[in-house]
Design a protein around this ligand. Structure first.
Ligand code: PMP
Length: 412
């Protein structure tokens, strides 16, 4: 791997952050800004190699196919997948989970089966399973949370029974940033014959992830949350599922089509990628991976951990602010946690907080963050969420804290 670059002055490599020097962008759990290296690589694809893939015999199409397939290899290395053949490009994490729900879920789940979820899930890892349950007669079951909103692992294990067909679980909560103990849960589930899907949308961008060590069947993430363009995502498919039924059908995923029917390509990725994919987006994702690896996932994670500790402690000193989830020092899974803090302010609606912060150039997210069941369990109507990434600095936290103190003053 290339020499690690220290995380300093990185903002100058992000054109949007350069163009808006006063902006304090703290909505990275929603989407991230893109470095020039990613934008340039995507543009270079269109300027130098634009053609459809896997089709033309001509050199330009071969060049386009090469760039697309090289990106797949980069993703495989990034996740430590056994091979590029285990990597399916999708439109994003939502699309990846829908693919599994329709391809694997409809074919393998039936009445009497249970789909086990956690209350930490994003809607993307709940609603497709509710739909599968409706269609198959299977039942969606949620495990419990502890008082600090971390996963009740004993309860989750108790709910794994011979009826459990699937465990679909997030790696990191998009609301609280807390991690789930996958290295404990996945072997437990696999030993009992349960298929496991991991929603890595908030994990892959922040943590070194090894899908073989995890031992999951499926792992989903979105490019745009890790510096890549929107509209490109990934589904890792373990070897034994590469022949699962396709979700979408059409061009490129077939061996032959007659007027009577079609013979599909036997294995993923071809079998599961119908039609023209987001070629330039995949190439951009490859560039984003190069960029992240040039810094080093461990360095990024350490940087985020330091920001999280500072943000947590600075915010917890503001009267009337309640932070949700365990404090960093009380979190045994802190080493896998992402830099996300969610909070409420006594007597001020989260929307008013976010509006007043925006007036000072601080972008945070407000609402239920596509996690209504988690908000119901936490018994809060909505939260404010600040989420950090590699280009955020301690100054950003100072700006957040100052703007929040000011907002509270104004409101009072
Ligand atoms: N899962 C989690 C944990 C997420 O945070 C998100 C995005 N907020 C998704 C899934 C869905 O990602 P996308 O909208 O990119 O498909």
């Amino acid at each position: 791997m290339a020499d690690k670059r220290y995380l300093i002055d990185i903002r100058k490599e992000f054109p949007l952050l350069v163009a808006r020097p006063g902006l304090v962008y703290l909505d990275n759990a929603a989407t991230t800004q893109k470095p020039a290296a990613v934008l340039d690589t995507e543009r270079a694809f269109y300027e130098e190699a634009d053609a459809n893939i896997h089709r033309g015999i001509y050199a330009l199409s071969e060049e386009a196919s090469d760039r697309y397939e090289r990106a797949r290899e980069k993703v495989a290395r990034f996740l430590n997948a056994p091979s590029a053949e285990n990597i399916v490009f999708t439109a994003g994490a939502t699309d990846s989970i829908n693919l599994v729900a329709h391809s694997w879920g409809l074919a393998n789940l039936e009445r009497g089966d249970e789909i086990l979820l956690t209350p930490l899930e994003h809607h993307a890892n709940i609603v497709p399973w509710q739909q599968v349950a409706k269609q198959t007669g299977a039942k969606v079951v949620f495990c419990g949370l502890k008082e600090d909103f971390t996963l009740d692992v004993d309860d989750l294990k108790r709910r794994i029974t011979p009826k459990t067909g699937l465990l679909a679980i997030t790696q990191v909560s998009n609301v609280l940033g807390i991690a789930t103990p996958l290295s404990e849960i996945i072997p437990y589930a696999k030993q009992r014959g349960v298929t496991v899907l991991v929603d890595g949308a908030q994990g892959a961008p922040h943590l070194k992830t090894d899908v073989q060590a995890l031992g999951c069947d499926f792992y989903a993430f979105s490019g745009h949350k890790m510096l890549a363009p929107t509209g490109i995502g990934v589904l890792y498919v373990a070897e034994q599922h590469r022949s699962m039924q396709p979700y979408r059908t059409g061009g490129d995923m077939i061996e032959d089509v007659t007027e009577q029917g079609a013979e599909f390509a036997p294995l993923a990725p071809r079998r599961l990628e119908a039609g023209t994919p987001h070629i330039a987006g995949a190439v951009g994702l490859g560039a984003a991976i190069d960029y992240l690896e040039s810094i080093g996932m461990d360095a990024i994670h350490q940087h985020e951990a330091a920001l999280l500790k500072k943000a947590w402690h600075a915010l917890s000193r503001i009267p009337d602010v309640t932070l949700l989830g365990p404090a960093p020092e009380n979190d045994p899974l802190f080493s896998s946690r992402s830099a996300v803090v969610s909070f409420t302010v006594e007597g001020i609606h989260p929307h008013d907080v976010a509006q007043l912060l925006d007036d000072e150039g601080v972008c945070i997210r407000v609402g239920k963050h596509c996690a209504h069941p988690l908000h119901a369990r936490m018994k809060v109507a909505a939260t404010n969420r600040a989420s950090f990434y590699l280009y955020n600095t301690e100054q950003d936290i100072d700006a957040l804290v100052a703007a929040l103190r000011h907002a509270i003053e104004v409101f009072r």
